[in-house]
Write a protein that binds this ligand. Structure first.
Ligand SMILES: C[S@@+](CC[C@H](N)C(=O)[O-])C[C@H]1O[C@@H](n2cnc3c(N)ncnc32)[C@H](O)[C@@H]1O
Ligand code: SF4
Length: 464
């Protein structure tokens, strides 16, 4: 991938900063359907177990509880102080781990594990230990130093001892939610978080042996200005996290009730938002961070940067990851998995999900078996999002197509973007320009078969 443009293309961002999916999967979850049921999921697992070389596994566990509501939050979470409710959830989670573990061949090693939320650290140390024990009983957890076992931490819920404990039970990567250190912004979004404590926890994570620390920030929150956000970025840079996710606040109050608590007039205007983004990108690039794509930055020696440079970067439900050919097992309410050529999603209501487990049914809600056309387009979209280039020859060999013929309409749709300097198209392929890197999803959307005829009426967040 070429490096991101440092001269900021405000006009183009306004023009192409339209609504669009984030392509953490293709087809996106909008295409999942309930015709894909428990039986379909079992079939796909069986097929993938039958592969000659056992494919390793990634596990995603969804731990949805939070003690307080951040008004901006678009995550799939449940806010409650009722620890009994969370304990009942955990009993069911452990049963689901057991049920799913029985379906996968025992020689399939778990090389990636991710605890996401909500707030996984809502649970205490003993509860985390219990989950890890259940996981080790039901799956073969890798013991290699290369394994990637990560957890999302809300710094307000942990101290230095807890961080050390999480390292002790096997986690080696952590991402911490910071969002913004400005007291007025924190008040406006109902997330009061101590700056010094957050910074100290980054150091504590390093000392405890976590080999990758990532920080989440959000731009576009109420009352933010370019200057106020610069202060947050400077503060975070003082502890030099390995990775930074700088998310664009998606203000969709019709979809996320909590966002109705945010005063619309306090949300920065599009020009201010662009100023914040421009100054953040410049600051991070100046500080030596590499733009990975879609909100993500990493230090030059981080595995993500290395993967981006050698063309093995992948997109997954958590953003980007290094290329590891795994099947993804989603466990917990609303969790999404990817097994063989299928996506599967669990029931999204906690009561329904628990009832299925009580009935000894897999809590499958919906999913999708990918057609060969879906797989071809998934490859093209991944090449845009992860490598910033598409080589026609590669797809012609793999999918036995003539690229220019197969994608005649799509290449036509790309022409205005070519004219505006977002992509270069030759007879060998498509190259995203440094400016285009800021608008990856607008480019990828041109290959989304489901969107091509139907962009109107869908609720996506803005591209920038
Ligand atoms: C599950 S939370 C992280 C863990 C923990 N719950 C916390 O808040 O620290 C995942 C991340 O999603 C991001 N996020 C949540 N709602 C968002 C929104 N509406 N727009 C953009 N980013 C959002 C935040 O950066 C947040 O840290
Ligand atoms: S941002 Fe994190 S802590 Fe806040 S409500 Fe969302 S998931 Fe919970």
């Amino acid at each position: 991938m070429s490096s991101i443009s440092t001269s900021f293309p405000t006009e183009l961002i306004k023009k192409y900063g339209l609504a669009g999916p984030r392509y953490t999967s293709y087809p996106t979850a909008l295409q999942f359907h309930e015709g894909f049921d428990e039986e379909a999921y079992r079939r796909h697992i069986q097929n993938s177990n039958d592969d000659l070389i056992p494919r390793p596994l990634s596990l995603y566990l969804h731990l949805p509880f939070c003690k307080e509501l951040c008004y901006y939050c678009a995550c799939n979470k449940k806010v409650t102080r009722d620890s009994q409710r969370a304990a009942v959830y955990l009993q069911h989670l452990e049963k689901e781990i057991d049920m799913q573990g029985k379906l996968f061949d025992r020689d399939r090693q778990v090389i990636q594990l991710h605890f996401g939320g909500g707030t996984p650290t809502y649970y205490d140390d003993l509860q985390h230990k219990s989950i890890i024990e259940q996981l080790s009983e039901s799956f073969l957890l890798s013991r290699s130093d290369n394994r990637e076992f990560s957890i999302e931490i809300d710094p307000r819920t942990v101290n230095e001892e807890r961080i050390a404990y999480l390292a002790d039970i096997g986690f080696n990567r952590v991402s911490m939610g910071v969002q913004d250190f400005d007291p007025a912004v924190q008040k406006a979004v109902n997330r009061i978080q101590d700056e010094d404590k957050s910074l100290k926890l980054v150091e504590a994570a390093r000392q405890s042996g976590f080999n990758s620390v990532s920080i989440d920030l959000i731009y576009g929150l109420p009352l933010q200005t370019a200057t106020s956000f610069e202060r947050t970025v400077d503060s975070i840079l003082s502890v030099r996290p390995d990775r930074l996710s700088v998310y664009n606040y998606a203000h969709l109050p019709h979809l996320f009730r909590a966002q109705r608590m945010i005063k619309s007039e306090e949300v920065p205007a599009p020009e201010v938002r662009l100023q914040i983004l421009a100054s953040t990108i410049n600051k991070l690039v100046e500080a030596g961070y590499v733009y990975i794509g879609m909100d993500h930055f990493a230090l030059p020696d981080d595995e993500l940067t290395v993967a981006m440079k050698n063309g093995t970067l992948q997109r997954n439900f958590q953003g980007y990851s290094t290329c590891r050919e795994t099947d993804l097992v989603g466990i917990g309410v609303s969790a999404i998995g990817k097994v063989g050529n299928s996506f599967v999603q669990n029931l999204k209501d906690i009561r329904d999900w628990q009832a299925a487990i009580d009935d000894k049914r897999l809590p499958v809600w919906r999913g999708l078996s990918l057609s060969s056309e879906d797989r071809l387009r998934r490859g093209v979209i991944a090449a845009i999002m992860c490598q910033g280039k598409v080589r026609f020859g590669e797809f012609e060999r793999r999918f036995k197509i003539d690229f220019s013929e197969h994608f005649a309409l799509e290449l036509e749709l790309l022409k205005p973007l070519q004219k505006d300097g977002l992509v270069e198209i030759s007879k060998f392929g498509i190259d995203v320009t440094p400016t285009g890197l800021l608008l990856l999803r607008a480019i990828a959307m041109k290959f989304d078969e489901y969107l091509i005829n139907d962009l109107q009426g869908k609720s996506y967040s803005k591209v920038i």
